[in-house]
Design a protein around this ligand. Structure first.
Ligand SMILES: *[C@@H]1O[C@H](CO)[C@@H](O)[C@H](O)[C@H]1NC(C)=O
Ligand SMILES: *[C@@H]1O[C@H](CO)[C@@H](O)[C@H](O)[C@H]1NC(C)=O
Ligand SMILES: *[C@@H]1O[C@H](CO)[C@@H](O)[C@H](O)[C@H]1NC(C)=O
Ligand SMILES: *[C@@H]1O[C@H](CO)[C@@H](O)[C@H](O)[C@H]1NC(C)=O
Ligand SMILES: *[C@@H]1O[C@H](CO)[C@@H](O)[C@H](O)[C@H]1NC(C)=O
Ligand SMILES: *[C@@H]1O[C@H](CO)[C@@H](O)[C@H](O)[C@H]1NC(C)=O
Ligand SMILES: *[C@@H]1O[C@H](CO)[C@@H](O)[C@H](O)[C@H]1NC(C)=O
Ligand SMILES: *[C@@H]1O[C@H](CO)[C@@H](O)[C@H](O)[C@H]1NC(C)=O
Ligand SMILES: [Zn+2]
Length: 614
């Protein structure tokens, strides 16, 4: 790619050549690093990548792409061979939905499956996102399952062929194999949490507590492998893992090491269920590649049996690797051209080609500054929802037939999914910020007082309804997105200082003192030294569930009635609220407002208001 090369030239003076990444991606940020601890058995883990295989083009700490990961894995496998140890790659699902690389084509995912398969993955399973839409389930069955053949594992998931009506396992229930270098016997499962909103015409998810009773499972856990690996689209703090599966295996295997590799909750977290069972989850959106290692006597015959407690101590280690190309260089000891493999480069090219075909780089405008979802309080000029309510909504919630009628416009904060970064705002950014196809609706001539009251109720529904209403919780930023922020803002700055002193910071060679930049500062169940990169923590502020703007309403002169405007997504929650408040409004009163989709209107707004160069 000519463009990639050009970046290479620009930074040649700095690092001796940065290759790969996507054209337009931000230069990676150097940072103080913690090294990886190798053991006899090592894992690289991805989960909840949600289409972000092009990397985070606007975030220097996470701007490596899937091709760079292909190169990284290649070198790590080679290192494993040289050390005489083993390395396994795992992926825990939710590979689709949430980024233009998947959502931007018609049909969706036209390019994603081929790009994904460029990475050899040893143990791969399904997330809930693969199972909502009929086409997504069929694509998963048609592409990902055969792409990964025996490595795809579906311990509690069946596929239903709609033509023949036949129900069969999505893929094998488990996999038993020997590792390449030490011949360790691994028995691997691939689970999905107790998910029930799947399309039941095409898939069946068995509840985990049922699966562990199945004869095949009971037989499998008696096969006496050296190590159990439970790959799962399950949070490490969820009882499917920590209770049901863990107990089932442990009951029969009192000392066998168990590695749980989880996901779903979109955060970096790790814990030990006992001193021979670790559980690790590695975040979301291809910001993080997890590293887990086990050392000690792993082979059954290395341990004099039966000596449960002193059977030989196993040590575990975990790291969360930022998807930062300079970090990859650090962990492999390789640079630029030496780091980039042909297959990695080809993969980066495939991504660039797909992004190009989908016009993801199409420039809509240039954001004059960054706007954050949670790093600033609502009302602050750097807050995304302040921008939305004060500047964008008045212009995008617009109906030509009713421009002269005062309106109150509501939008739920969950409708926005990602920060806006200073600089290029592209078709890609639009997918990241708001991936949902929403139109506006309205209730005409609602008494102004009622409209204001409804807004108040949505803002603080907990004080109106004592029961926790899931349909109202849906309005705010999804808890899984809040979790990641919680995980990242916990670490106080003194912890960071302490950590940086105690690890004896390795420096990326060729740099002066790297500056510490904002990013993940994880405190997980095992401590605060998990991140491979030292960062300052982000600030975090809770956001309201909804924000509003009022047009044509002047202070002191309240109108009698108003157009009550909101997005499609809020139809359900609002009708529930109307019912609870005993108002007469129903879904039948919610009429289309304007003709365009929200994202089409935002596109127009960006074009007209952010037209400066960048
Ligand atoms: C589930 O898939 C079937 C078969 O494609 C489709 O007809 C149906 O509409 C889907 N149901 C839902 C709820 O998406
Ligand atoms: C259903 O099964 C038939 C016969 O094996 C096969 O040809 C077809 O591709 C399958 N359809 C789907 C959607 O999996
Ligand atoms: C991380 O996992 C531990 C152990 O299961 C749990 O107690 C903790 O709540 C989790 N952290 C977050 C932020 O969810
Ligand atoms: C296991 O999960 C349950 C429910 O999610 C939680 O209450 C409990 O604290 C967890 N236990 C551990 C050891 O993480
Ligand atoms: C799975 O879901 C069922 C309800 O469908 C619940 O009763 C059960 O406790 C769940 N199991 C786990 C392991 O969370
Ligand atoms: C990379 O792409 C080139 C050109 O399409 C092809 O000839 C080559 O075989 C590919 N190499 C790998 C390792 O995939
Ligand atoms: C709505 O009506 C029900 C039944 O008449 C009553 O119990 C409830 O208190 C009313 N709710 C409100 C908010 O007025
Ligand atoms: C954005 O552009 C529109 C159309 O040109 C204009 O009416 C509006 O005032 C602009 N908004 C801002 C906040 O500049
Ligand atoms: Zn996910």
């Amino acid at each position: 790619m000519a463009r990639i090369r050009r970046w290479g030239v620009i930074v040649a003076a700095l690092v001796g050549g940065i290759a790969a990444m996507q054209p337009h991606a931000q230069m990676p940020a150097p940072a103080p690093m913690r090294d990886l601890t190798w053991g006899k058995l090592n894992f690289l883990q991805t989960t909840d990548t949600h289409g972000w295989l092009g990397g985070h083009l606007t975030e220097p700490s996470y701007s490596a792409d899937w091709g760079d990961y292909v190169s990284l894995a290649h070198h790590m496998r080679k290192q494993a061979d040289e050390r005489g140890v083993d390395l396994l790659l795992v992926d825990a699902g939710d590979r689709i939905e949430g980024n233009g690389l998947y959502d931007g084509s018609n049909p969706k995912g036209l390019y994603l499956y081929d790009i994904y398969r460029q990475q050899d993955i040893d143990i791969i399973c399904t997330g809930n996102h693969e199972l909502y839409k009929s086409w997504a389930i069929q694509d998963e069955h048609r592409y990902t399952v055969p792409n990964y053949q025996n490595n795809y594992i579906a311990s509690n998931l069946d596929y239903i062929n709609i033509t023949t009506g036949k129900q069969e396992p999505m893929a094998p229930r488990y996999r038993k194999f020997k590792t390449k270098n030490q011949g360790l016997e691994i028995l691997a499962f691939g689970f999905l949490f107790n998910f029930s909103e799947n399309n039941k015409t095409l898939s069946v998810v068995q509840r985990v507590e049922e699966t562990v009773k199945e004869p095949w499972f009971q037989d499998a856990i008696r096969e006496d492998p050296d190590v159990f690996v439970v790959n799962g689209h399950v949070g490490v703090e969820m009882s499917e893992f920590n209770n049901t599966i863990y107990k089932a295996i442990r009951d029969v295997n009192p000392t066998t090491p168990i590695v749980f590799l989880g996901g779903h909750v979109h955060l970096r977290n790790a814990t030990m269920y006992d001193e021979r069972a670790i559980a690790v989850a590695s975040g979301r959106y291809f910001e993080t590649i997890g590293w887990v290692s086990l050392d000690g006597p792993l082979k059954k015959d290395e341990v004099p049996s039966p000596q449960p407690r002193d059977a030989g101590k196993i040590t575990f280690s975990r790291r969360y690797i930022d998807t930062n190309l300079l970090g990859f260089y650090h962990h492999t000891g390789l640079n630029g051209e030496a780091f980039e493999t042909e297959r990695g480069r080809n993969t980066s090219n495939m991504i660039a080609h797909a992004r190009n075909n989908m016009r993801l780089e199409e420039l809509y405008g240039c954001a004059p500054q960054s706007y954050w979802m949670t790093r600033f309080p609502y009302g602050h000029k750097n807050n995304l929802y302040t921008l939305l309510a004060n500047k964008i909504l008045p212009y995008v919630a617009y109906d030509e037939q009713r421009v002269d009628i005062p309106r109150l416009v509501l939008i739920n904060t969950g409708a926005m999914r990602f920060d806006i970064f200073k600089g290029r705002f592209t078709r890609d950014s639009m997918f990241n910020v708001s991936p949902f196809p929403n139109k506006f609706r309205y209730i005409p001539n609602m008494p102004y007082k009622t409209a204001k009251f409804i807004f108040d109720v949505l803002l603080s529904w907990e004080s109106y309804f004592t029961d926790q209403r899931p349909y109202l919780m849906m309005l705010g930023i999804p808890t899984c997105e809040l979790n990641i922020r919680r995980e990242t803002f916990i670490a106080p700055k003194d912890v960071l200082k302490l950590a940086s002193r105690s690890v004896g910071q390795a420096r990326l060679s060729g740099y002066g003192e790297p500056e510490i930049v904002e990013g993940h500062t994880t405190v997980d169940g095992l401590g605060n030294d998990g991140d491979d990169t030292l960062h300052w923590s982000y600030d975090y502020h809770t956001q309201p569930a909804v924000v509003k703007t009022e047009m044509g309403v002047t202070e002191g002169e309240e109108p009698e009635t108003i157009d009550f405007v909101f997005i499609d997504f809020m139809k359900g929650p609002l009708s529930q609220v109307f019912k609870r408040l005993n108002t007469t409004y129903t879904e039948a009163d919610m009429l289309p407002y304007g003709t365009e989709l929200l994202d089409v209107m935002v596109h127009k707004w960006v074009k007209e208001n952010w037209s400066q160069e960048c």
